[in-house]
Design a protein around this ligand. Structure first.
Ligand SMILES: *[C@@H]1O[C@H](CO)[C@@H](O)[C@H](O)[C@H]1NC(C)=O
Ligand SMILES: *[C@@H]1O[C@H](CO)[C@@H](O)[C@H](O)[C@H]1NC(C)=O
Ligand SMILES: *[C@@H]1O[C@H](CO)[C@@H](O)[C@H](O)[C@H]1NC(C)=O
Ligand SMILES: *[C@@H]1O[C@H](CO)[C@@H](O)[C@H](O)[C@H]1NC(C)=O
Length: 223
């Protein structure tokens, strides 16, 4: 435990030095900086576009995100995305901490600062502690032998490994699947897999289109 904390403190120092120079825009409370993407943002006025209005219904404050503005260049993609990620977010039976762990871990592994910035606050609201967020942000992929379990608990450790294998290897070994299956039923295994897989799509989408100018921004280290 002490050794693990030491390792993380060292990483925090290293990364915060890097973050200080590389990323001026890491205010976690603010949802978007409205920096340009590689496509123009399409933000229809309220009441003029049913697809955009439906997306507004599930956004905080009814405000479209830069992600939505990028998606709305292709309205049917935006509509299908809204439906799919609405279900992933609001209609699954995973423990909320585990759902947010999948999202944040995939965001970290893919260096998708936009995804992390949108989800650090929901992750905390779901119940992830700062110490757990530090593990999600900093633990190297496939970490098994060390005492991550002390901080994450056995179920979130199994979820962390599942996200790592799905994201970094694609091929998921039986023991990694079965490790998570101990804590989830078949419905939830499908939900977990769709969540980790879905947010791999999100992170690749926001990175490739440089949504909110975040493609070169480092994922912030939680404090
Ligand atoms: C909600 O909308 C108000 C008014 O536009 C804005 O000042 C506030 O920052 C918004 N809150 C969030 C969480 O986006
Ligand atoms: C999905 O979740 C939302 C928000 O909790 C709820 O209003 C809606 O009824 C749910 N939809 C289904 C099909 O369960
Ligand atoms: C993990 O923790 C146990 C006891 O809590 C300790 O004996 C062991 O050395 C630790 N392993 C690592 C790699 O730190
Ligand atoms: C799995 O567990 C969830 C949450 O308890 C429950 O809603 C769902 O119906 C279960 N699915 C199966 C196949 O038992």
């Amino acid at each position: 435990m002490a050794r693990l904390l030491w390792l993380f403190s060292a990483l925090v120092v290293l990364l915060s030095v890097g973050a200080g120079t590389a990323s001026p825009h890491t205010d976690v409370k603010k949802r978007d900086d409205n920096l340009p993407a590689r496509v123009p943002y399409v933000f229809p006025e309220p009441g003029t576009d049913p697809i955009a209005d439906h997306i507004r219904e599930r956004r905080t404050n009814g405000t479209l995100l830069d992600l939505d503005g990028a998606l709305l260049n292709a309205p049917l993609i935006a509509q299908a995305w809204d439906q799919f990620f609405g279900v992933i977010r609001d209609n699954n039976t995973l423990p909320p901490t585990m759902r947010e762990l999948f999202i944040l871990r995939v965001g970290t592994l893919n260096n998708a600062a936009y995804e992390w910035l949108q989800h650090e606050s929901p992750g905390r609201s779901a119940g992830l502690t700062t110490e757990q967020l530090l593990v999600i942000r900093l633990a190297p992929p496939f970490l098994t032998g060390m005492n991550v379990t002390d901080i994450m608990g056995p179920d979130l450790t199994a979820a962390l490994l599942y996200a790592d294998w799905m994201t970094k290897s694609v091929h998921v070994p039986d023991e990694v699947f079965n490790g998570l299956r101990q804590f989830l039923n078949d419905t939830q295994m499908v939900e977990a897999t769709a969540t980790a897989g879905g947010y791999n799509l999100v992170s690749r989408f926001v990175e490739a289109l440089n949504v909110d100018g975040k493609m070169d921004v480092q994922v912030p280290v939680p404090t």
